[in-house]
Design a protein around this ligand. Structure first.
Ligand SMILES: [Ca+2]
Ligand SMILES: [Ca+2]
Ligand SMILES: [Ca+2]
Length: 286
C-alpha cells in the first residue's frame, strides 16, 4: 500500500468502521480504501469485479436497472453493483460487490417504502427453460464455519417476483417456518423459496466449471427459481401466470423480506439484502 494511501486509510479509518458497521459488511479479508471524487468506496483486494465484463456467452446476466428506489450511487448504494457481474466470496464471507437494497416513498414499480430493486435483461425476456430459470446471488455466508452451514447462516432473505407489465407480479409463495428466536432465523431450512439464503461460490474471474454449472447450486451457490415450480404464480392472475410460464417474463423484482413483515436475524445491522447479480438460463428477444 503506498504511503499516501496508508495516511488516507488512517484518516478515514473511523469513517470506514462506521460505514461498515452500519452497512454490515462483514469480511475477513483486507480492505482497501479508495477515494474517487467525493465518494468513498470500499473494495476487497481479492474481489475485483470489472464493470461490464461478462465472458459467459450462454449465461445471461441481468444488465439493466429498471428501478432502484433510494439509490445514491455511492458505495453499497450504487445499484450498478447489481448488474456489473458476480464476484462471490465463498461459504465463509460475503461479497462486497453488491448493492444494498434501498427504499423510497415515491417508488413506482417497487412498492412504496419497500427495500427493493427491479432488474431486466435489456431488450430480452427470460424464458421458462428446463429446471432452474434464473439464479439470484446475494451475499449470505456460513456462521460457525462450514460444518454448521446447514443450520446457521448470516442471511438477509429476499422475496422474488417477476412480471411482464410491471403491474402484475408473480412470486414463489415464500414461507418462513421458524419461530422468533435467533437460531431459527439463522437457519436456512426455515426460509423456503426466498433468495439470499445460499452462499455465493460463483466468482466470474476464477470460474473453473462449465457455463451450465453456474446453475448448479452445489458448484455456484446462489438461489435458483423455476417458473414451473408448483409454488410459482399462486399470488397472481392465472392467465398471467400461464403467459409467463409459456412466454417468459421481462421484469424481476427483488425485495428485502423484512419489508414484507419477515424478521431478519439480529446480526443484520442494516436490515436489508444485498444483490451481487442475477443470471438467466434462456433469453429471447421481446
Ligand atoms: Ca423452468
Ligand atoms: Ca447480505
Ligand atoms: Ca456485482
Amino acid at each position: 500500500m503506498p504511503l499516501k494511501i496508508l495516511y488516507r486509510t488512517l484518516l478515514l479509518g473511523s469513517v470506514l468502521l462506521l460505514f461498515l458497521c452500519k452497512e454490515n459488511k462483514t469480511n475477513q479479508e483486507i480492505l482497501l480504501l479508495t477515494l474517487s471524487g467525493d465518494s468513498l468506496s470500499v473494495e476487497n483486494s481479492n474481489q475485483t469485479c470489472p464493470k461490464n465484463v461478462w465472458n459467459f456467452s450462454n449465461v445471461f446476466l441481468a444488465n439493466k436497472i429498471t428501478e432502484a428506489p433510494g439509490a445514491t450511487g455511492i458505495g453499497f448504494k450504487d445499484p450498478s453493483k447489481a448488474i456489473n457481474g458476480i464476484c462471490g466470496a465463498g461459504k465463509l464471507s460475503g461479497s462486497l460487490d453488491v448493492y444494498s437494497l434501498q427504499s423510497s416513498p415515491s417508488s413506482t414499480h417497487c412498492i412504496s417504502n419497500e427495500k427493493c430493486i427491479v432488474l431486466e435483461w435489456d431488450n430480452k425476456k427470460v424464458k421458462n427453460a428446463d429446471g432452474i430459470d434464473f439464479v439470484v446471488f446475494e451475499n449470505p455466508f456460513c456462521l460457525g464455519g462450514e460444518a454448521n452451514c446447514e443450520y446457521s447462516r448470516f442471511m438477509e432473505p429476499i422475496i422474488v417476483e417477476v412480471s411482464i407489465d410491471r403491474t402484475n407480479w408473480c412470486g414463489w409463495n415464500p414461507e418462513y417456518l421458524g419461530g422468533t428466536n435467533e437460531s431459527d432465523k439463522k437457519n436456512p431450512n426455515n426460509w423456503l423459496r426466498f433468495a439470499g439464503v445460499e452462499p455465493v461460490l460463483f466468482h466470474q474471474e476464477n470460474w473453473i466449471y462449465s457455463e451450465n454449472d453456474i446453475f448448479d447450486k452445489t458448484k455456484a451457490g446462489g438461489d435458483g427459481f423455476d417458473l414451473s415450480d408448483p409454488n410459482f404464480g399462486n399470488d397472481c392472475n392465472s392467465s398471467i401466470k400461464t403467459q409467463i410460464q409459456n412466454d417468459g417474463f421481462i421484469f424481476l423484482r427483488l425485495t428485502s423480506a423484512i419489508s414484507r413483515g419477515f424478521s431478519y436475524p439480529n446480526d443484520s445491522f442494516d436490515q436489508t439484502a444485498d444483490i451481487d447479480g442475477v443470471v438467466a438460463k434462456s433469453v429471447e428477444n421481446r
